[in-house]
Design a protein around this ligand. Structure first.
Ligand code: SF4
Length: 396
């Protein structure tokens, strides 16, 4: 029997973003770096679960909710959460408190017990084992439920695709149906009445009516097509400025390395013992060799970066910490050294360049004390070519 493919909305999203990234994450099982927005979102989801937990008879006070948030937040350090510094982590913490306080000010008087919170559902359907976490399910009466998904980023998603998935899950879930029937035994059929994204930072809700069956059917066909491609091993990369900028796998991605990722070689490299230098001289020798190797590698990397940026028509591209800008710049070459020296003598500029090299002569063209006419003569004498100028500096 063929095993169901374990699938979720986030896996679907990652495959659509870049199949190669999906392969790194879910086939090679290489974890991503911690991200502050995941830590922040997870902490606020925990607080919402704490507030609405149907198992608790009384709702927590604001002070209890803030205390719960603080304890959850302090379980991990700033770098474990993916923050660049303790100050940035503190700003995240302050923002979390602000949101909880504002949430209480708006809703505390009307807190109610939903049907379920943070419900983890695994549903086997059409060859998929579909895993979803439904943030909150409210019972609207008459066999209808509302699925609510909390968002903690800058804005809510522009398309409600994620909610399509949740509608499909909710209407096929025997567990949710049983929960509804427990509250309302007369219910024969479970239907989604409303779907919503709830944006916690702004306390704004974007609500959608139940999505028509035809749209859900089309969406689901798309999901099954993605699943078929995964089963068929189709993981061609789809590079792009946005997705590659934030991708943790750039340094092993074939788009950037020019070669396929070899998990066995990577594992060998990780396991290889590192010989410790024995004396100070050994340390010095090792540092010289390492520095030389890095310089060589940097040169090689620059060539590869230029080639990839040219190929993809990028003028600018971002790493996680650095940005690269590529430009074509005019280059002047003074190839006939004797004639250059004669010209410099005639222009009375020879004394300015002690040794007439390419760079010292080219430097005269930007020297404010050299008359414009002399510059024009020198420029006319030069052979003009173009070259790639790659600038790599810290990203803002
Ligand atoms: S670096 Fe870009 S192309 Fe490579 S896996 Fe990541 S998103 Fe895909």
């Amino acid at each position: 029997m063929v095993k169901n493919l374990s699938f979720s909305y986030s896996k679907l999203g990652m495959y659509k973003e870049c199949p190669q990234k999906y392969k790194f994450r879910y086939i090679h099982m290489l974890p991503e770096q911690p991200k502050p927005y995941f830590a922040f979102g997870s902490a606020l989801h925990e607080v919402m679960e704490y507030i609405y937990n149907p198992a608790n008879a009384a709702f927590p006070t604001l002070a209890q909710a803030l205390d719960f948030f603080e304890k959850h937040w302090n379980k991990t350090s700033f770098d474990q959460k993916g923050y660049a510094s303790p100050e940035k982590e503190l700003a995240g913490y302050a923002e979390g408190r602000r949101i909880i306080e504002a949430y209480y000010a708006k809703y505390a008087a009307a807190f109610f017990h939903p049907l379920s919170v943070e419900m983890k559902s695994t549903l086997d359907m059409d060859g998929l084992s579909l895993i979803s976490i439904l943030d909150r399910i409210d019972y609207l009466g008459d066999g209808k439920v509302k699925i609510l998904d909390y968002k903690t980023g800058k804005a809510v998603p522009s398309t409600p695709e994620q909610l399509y998935m949740y509608q499909k899950v909710a209407e096929n879930s025997p567990t949710i149906k049983a929960m509804v029937q427990k509250q309302d035994p007369a219910v024969k059929e479970l239907r989604v009445g409303q779907l919503s994204f709830y944006h916690l930072p702004t306390l704004k809700e974007v609500t959608f009516e139940r999505v028509p069956d035809k749209e859900i059917f089309d969406f689901w066909q798309g999901v099954l097509q993605v699943a078929d491609k995964i089963r068929a091993g189709q993981f061609d990369p789809t590079p792009g400025e946005t997705q590659c900028r934030w991708c943790d796998y750039r340094n092993i991605c074939p788009v950037f390395t020019g070669k396929d990722y070899n998990p066995a070689a990577a594992a060998r490299q990780q396991a290889a013992p590192v010989a410790a230098p024995e004396s100070e001289q050994d340390v010095l020798s090792a540092k010289i060799d390492r520095c030389g190797d890095l310089l060589e590698e940097a040169k090689q990397l620059q060539q590869e970066i230029i080639a990839l940026m040219r190929k993809n028509h990028f003028e600018r591209h971002f790493g996680k910490h650095f940005k690269a800008e590529l430009a074509r710049v005019e280059k002047l070459e003074f190839t006939d050294k004797e004639k250059v020296v004669d010209l410099l003598r005639t222009l009375k500029l020879l004394a300015k360049v002690l040794v007439p090299t390419q760079s010292t002569v080219a430097g005269l063209l930007t020297d404010a004390s050299v008359p414009a006419q002399a510059k024009a003569q020198l420029q006319a004498f030069a052979r003009k070519t173009e070259e790639d100028k790659l600038n790599i500096e810290k990203a803002d």
